[in-house]
Ligand binder design. Sequence first.
Ligand code: SAM
Length: 350
Amino acid sequence: MREVKEGKVRILSYTKEVPSKDMPVFYNPKKELDRTLCVLFLKSLNGHEKFVVCDLLAASGVRGIRIKKEVGVKKVVLNDLNPNAVKLMERNAKLNGVEVEIRNEEGNKFLYNYEGRFDYIDIDPFGSPVPFLEAAIRKLRNKGFLGLTATDTAPLSGTYPNTCLRRYGSMCFRTDFKHEIGLRILMKKVIKKGAEQDVALVPLFAYYSGDYYRAYFQKVSGARRADELLEKVRSLFYDGKTLERGFWEGKGRILGPLWCGNLTSEVVRKMYERSKMGLLRTLLEEDEVGVPWHYDLHATCKLLKRSVPKLGKVLKKLREKGFKASRTHFNPMGIKTDANIEEVKKVISP
Ligand SMILES: C[S@@+](CC[C@H](N)C(=O)[O-])C[C@H]1O[C@@H](n2cnc3c(N)ncnc32)[C@H](O)[C@@H]1O
């Protein structure tokens, strides 16, 4: 056990070179960015001072304790099934001088039995958040917020198509923009789960970060709002031989259904104004392009048997031709553009 500093808190945590489920209590220092963005997201919401927050799968309590201390919400409830986690959360809350409510229950049982409703629920599981979605959506107040992580990136991004179909209800296979597909399939699942309860879960902020996908939504009750969101759930096609991709209109191999709307909102703009973080700027820029896919410069050059030009030059040429073009946070060699593959090929190999 050691003490680590994260944001404005100090946390006692177990350590392991590669953090895993079999630690006495899970803690992954590499997810500090994820928790920092969570704090920034909540701080950027109007009225956060009055929020009642639930850190459903809290482990060491680091996220909830940071939210209490750094965001300054009204109340935080930390829950975890693991009794060792509960003992550690108690110590960590004391260490940071914060008052939090601590519970030791199975996540769904806790949500169904909890007497009040929450303004923000965070689901940060080992693997998929799907088992907790239904109860979490019910326990959010109208206009409340949901933040969740998925670490099962392999099924979501095409390595295990059957698992993806079973768990998320979407078709997926290997492509050169796999993590954009994975994140958008996850978002579709959350939106559909909300729609089952006549609730719109409006995406506000979503991103991919190496080992996981993370997405934030606002709950807006009403079947009409849920239907409006579902209009942006569509399927794509992808041809691995030509690298062509686009909206599925009856031809080609199907990817999806998946969320085809924005990954950002005004909240992300506020987060960027406060922090000037590069990830947020890239997300805002790529969202402006307005297509739910991107191209991979390496894969396209390999197909064309050409050496790889500078990404900046390719983007500039696309813009000169009148297309929208941006880098993407999904892939350092990614091209986000509304140009089709033939136009991209022409720019690389005139
Ligand atoms: C990935 S860790 C959470 C990490 C933590 N949010 C953080 O930022 O460090 C997942 C936690 O969920 C807990 N857990 C797993 N299944 C659960 C369940 N069904 N109900 C409640 N807690 C559960 C585990 O004990 C573990 O502490």
